[in-house]
Design a protein around this ligand. Structure first.
Ligand SMILES: Nc1ncnc2c1ncn2[C@@H]1O[C@H](COP(=O)(O)OP(=O)(O)OP(=O)(O)O)[C@@H](O)[C@H]1O
Ligand SMILES: [Mg+2]
Length: 333
């Protein structure tokens, strides 16, 4: 569905951020505002740890920085992640406990593994650390994976490869499973389990994306450990921020013609910036309004294609921060 008109109406009503003082300790990620507080529930007779309220804002990040605001993006991301958590909960426990607002998840707060589990089904990418860039430069080893000769850009791997990175404040670095265990970031047993879960989640993601006419090309997962030592999927899952999606219908024809696939992810945005500057070196240009609407449209398209549900816009003049505040009244500490 074409939402250009609605989205234009939201250009000046984006969720920049929140600064609630009564929800616990505040941490600001690039995209999410987090509030960490004691876990409290009337059904619990004892405190079981902490919980994390994740408010997904409309901030757009890429190239390790925040670039601007995309109308309704926070809601689309949050609701898509919530939807996927439900579709994968039989594979692994996840952190989600409650969705009190379209932009908010209340989650179990857990000790995180300081790594990102990246899994890739295709030889692609454009950043300096992406598998295609590295392969095209002649390297045949990537995060412990040996890559076969003769692969073309955007070709599928015989089997998805896992290419973990460290989780760093500044810039995530590639790391191999061997180094992860040697550096004590996970035990061998935990790594084996993380790998098994990552593969199962990715297979589920590919299967479901296929039903919506999309290819889940690659993605990243974050995991933590709960009080009992169990592995928990956290953060977000299979959103256009954490994943690449291509249009399935046109993929093969375009691949054979040597053309780039049609995408529904952040690559659109990355390519726009690359056409204008060197994004890791130069100051980044401001996104024009028309472009912000196009990016928003893609986030909502991805939501609708994957969930096969219609995106429900907020009321046009709604004060989003006030709405969130009202919906979080039950979580004030
Ligand atoms: N259940 C959880 N327990 C502990 N930490 C969590 C949990 N879920 C998410 N997090 C952390 O909360 C933060 C979410 O914020 P956000 O996604 O904006 O961070 P970011 O990683 O800085 O941004 P980007 O995604 O652009 O790299 C991340 O650091 C994520 O690891
Ligand atoms: Mg994140």
């Amino acid at each position: 569905m074409d939402y250009t008109k609605q989205l234009t109406g939201f250009l000046d009503n984006c969720l920049t951020g929140t600064n609630f003082s009564n929800l616990g300790e505040r941490y600001k990620g690039k995209v999410r505002d987090c509030y960490v507080q004691e876990e409290h529930s009337s059904a619990l007779l004892r405190t079981c740890g902490t919980q994390r309220i994740l408010v997904t804002t409309d901030r757009q990040s890429a190239f390790d920085q925040v670039l601007g605001l995309i109308p309704c993006k926070g809601q689309a991301l949050n609701q898509l992640a919530v939807w996927w958590f439900d579709k994968t909960k039989d594979i692994v426990d996840n952190h989600l406990k409650d969705v009190p607002d379209p932009n908010v998840m209340v989650c179990k707060n857990v000790k995180t593994f300081p790594i990102e589990m990246v899994i890739r089904g295709y030889m692609t990418g454009s950043t300096s650390t992406s598998v295609w860039t590295v392969y095209n430069n002649g390297d045949r080893e990537y995060c412990g994976n040996v890559l076969p000769e003769g692969m073309k850009k955007n070709e599928p791997f015989a089997e998805p490869i896992i290419t973990p990175t460290t989780k760093d404040e500044e810039h995530d670095e590639k790391i191999s499973p061997k180094e992860i265990v040697e550096q004590g970031l996970a035990t061998q047993e935990q790594w084996d389990e993380l790998e098994r879960i990552t593969r199962a989640l990715f297979a589920r993601g590919q299967e479901i994306a296929g039903k919506g006419g999309l290819i889940l090309v690659d993605t990243k997962y974050e995991f933590g450990i709960d009080g009992e030592g169990g592995i928990v999927l956290i953060d977000e899952i299979h959103t256009p921020d954490s994943s690449r999606f291509w249009v399935a219908d046109t993929y093969e024809k375009r691949f054979l013609a040597g053309e780039e696939p049609e995408n529904f992810d952040k690559e659109f945005l990355r390519l726009w910036y690359r056409g204008k500057c060197d994004p890791y070196k130069d100051p980044l240009p401001k996104m024009p309004d028309e472009f912000r609407v196009q990016v928003a449209q893609r986030y909502i398209d991805a939501y609708e294609k994957l969930t096969r549900k219609e995106f429900e816009f907020p009321k046009i003049d709604e004060d989003i921060i006030k709405r969130i505040e009202g919906n979080l009244e039950g979580y004030v500490v």
